[in-house]
Design a protein around this ligand. Sequence first.
Ligand code: SAM
Length: 316
Amino acid sequence: MAQGWRTTVRHYNFSCLRPEFDWLWSWHCRWRTLLSMSEQTPPSQHSSVQHADVYTHGHQESVLRSHAARTAGNSAGHLVPHLQPGQHILDVGSGPGTITADFARLVAPGRVLGLDRSPDVVAAARRLAGKQHLNNLSFAVGDIYRLDFPDGSFDVVHAHQVLQHLSDPVAALKELRRVAKPGGIVALREADFHGMSWYPAQPELDEWMDLYQLVARHNHAEPDAGRRLLHWARAAGFTNVTPSSSNWLYATPEQCRWLSADWADRVEKSSLAEQALTYGLADEAQLAHIAEGWRAWGAAQDGWFVMPNAEIIALA
Ligand SMILES: C[S@@+](CC[C@H](N)C(=O)[O-])C[C@H]1O[C@@H](n2cnc3c(N)ncnc32)[C@H](O)[C@@H]1O
């Protein structure tokens, strides 16, 4: 993916005060995590399960830089052939909304609504969309577990890289199915972290994978969501399901440098870093070591990084 739109998100980094103020940094991290937990999902009306999910990535600049590089072309190839002008689309967990904005172009004059649990990222998506003058596109704060719409409201319901962050993806899928029109489309795409592979070998990237898995699982999330997507869809009651898969590939020197710089930043400056510290799964020296490994990998010759994604087109 080419490097995309950037947004500025304040990130207070006290690490320059170390080692004298280690305790301050540690309390800063705990405070940031408590703040992000205050955005926890409230209990669902449609399920007896309590959903207190914690989002592993956060919405810091390093994360939005990556997510805002997504387009319908590089991230929704399974859905695009099904889109037609006039369709009404709900994009749940829309993040910075770049895929959502592409949908608005493709189905105009149909209306497209992006929904996300985080007010901050909804505001960022609105700023981005405002520059594109798409009068059929809007964004709102909402929770995938309890969508504030009547049954059968949308022609297409889309969620991209969202289910992997949930403690109860099947409950969320039932809710996506509920708000799709009978016979309408629910389109999903999820990465599979343990399915990722790269060259050349870099031990710190193995450490990164182990740490990511530990943090996500501490959050009761499922980083290997891709391989489970079909099972989740069937468990949610979908019977007409078309599975497929596609990769994100980073194989030019520019793509590898971009990926490595982004993950090096995310390892040290995102909710992933804050949660790793707060949960006691890594210390700052380990995070710096992994970030350095990412940079070294990005400078290597003939780099190759594949991220496999599972996709589903399910009929409601
Ligand atoms: C990995 S991002 C994907 C963003 C966008 N779909 C994309 O691919 O660029 C996951 C998004 O899901 C949102 N999210 C997490 N839990 C959610 C929930 N319970 N309801 C709605 N959105 C949620 C997060 O705030 C985040 O913006």
